[in-house]
Design a binder for this molecule. Structure first.
Ligand code: SAM
Ligand code: SF4
Ligand code: SF4
Length: 351
């Protein structure tokens, strides 16, 4: 890895055609999940007959770490581990250790549905070097939450996972809630209320047209601005400036000091202009946009014995050609941009 570490210390971040640097890498470690959230892995498609990726096709943890080193050499500083459900992947802690030891990487976080976040697992993730956790929870009442996860999973057990994370010493915990009209809009105030004064930041996510299986419809999206108004009417809010350019969530805080909340406005206020995120699927395809149709196969390159210089050149070449801005185009078009090809599923490349 000598070449890579020399590159990391001397190079400027590689930029795409719209002058966006490569700063973030989201790594999907599995396409499998124990939930069947209706907006992500609807049971009618991801049922017993669905062909998940064969294990031999998955990148090994070492292969993932090597790719992360290449990205770090090109300017990437933040890694998020996701899936599918990432905690399904065995020995994930080893991957976290390797990424944490990678020169240039400043932050490593994980997004999970919380169902496997036992007290022991939370401790081992923390010890491995995981810095931050995001836990998804779309409602507090079981009727709604179970109708979303579609596997009869109670909200109380996700709350237990959050408590385990806290007990293990994670302080920067975020709670992600996707909001879909008619499904869980009533849960928004419950969640806001529950996590006031908790130190956890709830982030409400506009329901997105990721993939092709969730039957997305613009009418199902509740604009974040409406949610801000609803919460503000009960608990007055004030806007907070972003922590850094390109931050995905718009930040607000309660005027009474009860903490912060966020809104991910990917549909109504796109943020492609500062998007510095690349995504790696569990089989080693590089996607340069969440709404991509075609990944770039890094696994073949890796398994054909490519050296560091060849890997660096490949990834840098892909990023330099990038001009994705799907959400921006969606916002200016009268209908969803038509690509002519099927968009990749969220469970394949991670949120
Ligand atoms: N299984 C993990 C979880 O649920 O946290 C990690 C992977 S999941 C694909 C990552 C995030 O994407 C979750 O917070 C999930 O709620 C969100 N998500 C999935 N489908 C979505 C959609 N159609 N629109 C908006 N967010 C979505
Ligand atoms: Fe699984 Fe996460 Fe998708 Fe729900 S959102 S089905 S928990 S991958
Ligand atoms: Fe980035 Fe693509 Fe999302 Fe735009 S639509 S913010 S380019 S991932």
């Amino acid at each position: 890895m000598i070449l890579i570490s020399e590159h990391a210390s001397t190079s400027k971040a590689v930029q795409d055609r719209l002058h966006r640097p490569l700063r973030d890498l989201r790594i999907s470690v599995t396409d499998r999940c124990n939930f069947r959230c209706v907006y992500c892995m609807p049971r009618e498609i991801f049922g017993p007959g669905y062909a998940f990726l064969p294990r031999k096709d998955l990148l090994t943890l070492e292969e993932i770490a090597r790719i992360a080193q290449v990205f770090a050499a090109l300017g990437m500083r933040k890694v998020r581990i996701t899936g599918g459900e990432p905690l399904i992947r065995r020995n994930l802690e080893h991957l976290i250790e390797m990424i944490d030891a990678t020169e240039g990487v400043q932050d490593i976080s994980l997004t999970t549905n919380g169902s496997m976040l036992t007290a022991d697992r939370a401790v081992s993730l923390k010890q491995a070097g995981l810095k931050r956790l995001t836990i998804s929870l779309d409602a507090l009442d079981d009727a709604t939450f179970k109708s979303i996860n579609d596997v009869d999973y109670p909200a109380s057990r996700v709350l237990d996972g959050i408590d385990n994370a806290r007990a293990a010493g994670f302080s920067d915990i975020k709670v992600n809630a996707v909001v879909r009209r008619g499904l869980n809009e009533h849960a928004v105030l419950d969640l806001a209320k529950h996590f006031r004064h908790s130190g956890c930041i709830v982030r409400f996510i506009e329901y997105m047209d990721v993939g092709e299986t969730n039957g997305w419809n613009l009418d199902d999206v509740i604009p974040a601005a409406d949610l801000v108004d609803r919460i503000d009417a009960l608990y007055p809010l004030e806007a907070v400036s972003p922590n850094y350019p390109g931050e995905v969530a718009k930040r607000w805080r309660y005027r009474d000091g009860a903490g912060e909340i966020g809104f991910i406005t990917s549909v109504t206020q796109s943020f492609c202009g500062e998007c510095s995120r690349a995504r790696l699927s569990a089989v080693g395809e590089l996607y340069t946009c969440l709404f991509g149709t075609q990944g770039h196969d890094l696994r073949s390159l890796l398994r054909s014995g490519a050296d560091d210089a060849q890997l660096l050149q490949a990834v840098s070449g892909i990023w330099q050609k990038r001009e994705d801005r799907y959400s921006e185009l969606r916002a200016t078009a009268t209908k969803v941009p038509v690509t002519g090809q099927a968009k990749v599923e969220m469970s394949h490349i991670g949120g």
